[in-house]
Write a protein that binds this ligand. Sequence first.
Ligand SMILES: [Zn+2]
Length: 394
Amino acid sequence: MPTVSRQRFLRWFAELADIGRTETGWNRVAWTPLEIEAQEWFRREAEGIGLEVRKDGAGSLWAVEPGAGEGPYVCAGSHLDTQPDGGAYDGALGMVCALEAVAAVREAGEADRRPLAVIAFVDEEGARFSTACFASRAIAGVLDIDAVLAAMGDAPKIHGVTRESLLASRAELARVACFLEVHVEQGKALVDRGQALGIADVLAPRRRYRVEFEGESNHAGTTPMAGRRDALVAAARFVLAVDEAARARPGAVATVGRVSIAPGSTNSIPGRVVCTLDVRALDGATIDAVMDDLRRRFGDAAIVQESMSTGAKFDDGLRQALHRSAGASGVPAGDLPSYAGHDAGILAAVVPSAMVFVRNPTGASHSPAEFASDDDCVAAAQVLAGALADVAAR
Ligand SMILES: [Zn+2]
């Protein structure tokens, strides 16, 4: 059984937290020199524990055990980038847990096992170009390469990324036997349950819609209330109905996050309103039920689906290994769905993948207020180390 070093874990976490720290939060935004600085830190420390580090065609770093060749490897990892004014834990916690867990498994000295690797994915946050999970999508073969490159200008150069290198990066997937990612929880479910860790069972499917309300614009003073067709009043009823429809179904969440009003003048009745709608649930049937409800009640509105992700199921064998490891370490853990996108969620569709969430007492995310205690973070690294050793054993 590998044993992680609390002292080394905390030193690594503090060192990474020093990169991009500002008074308003952490700013290691992807495709900037601070992401590169974090990569240089990762390369140095990974080499320090005897791993060999190389960059792939999507810009990600792979730290692999010497002699492991082309793999496939038992992989752990996360991302080094943050949102603008993001937190210290999102991404960084997963990277330090992966590095520490792999170090501990190597130190445990079990000779007959499969090789390990740590992957530092580039641009998980998609903060600059709406390219979330850029590098995991690239190797999974689901990145729209021409569309993202058209949107990114010169930015990819900083990691040496080109159209050709992105196409070539698809070959990396064959090197991943499986992928495990630790992540700070982006909510407070674990605090409420009194559990330090949550082991992801499903990645919730998500659909996004554009909803349009057509009314009639006219003078705000001279048009009597009777006979008005105010598009914003219709949209307001819709927003309330969205809230009700999601509350009525366990596990569903639905959000109208953006509203634009035309003509948008204090002196005019809104003639046209366009809003976004984001719906997530534990399964597609529940999203269907929410949408059927809304379409039935708002037949006049134009509701158009703009994007969707089908969600994913995390690998049962890896989940069991994580539960066994948590049990062996005496760490309270339960199952927890993921309602946000992650590199492990992208990979789950193409290779066995799993995720561990770490209790976040503030419940904050993409903010410097996000938090996890040292004890919980070290426990997550220990549980990951035990699971990696288990999964890698022959
Ligand atoms: Zn993240």
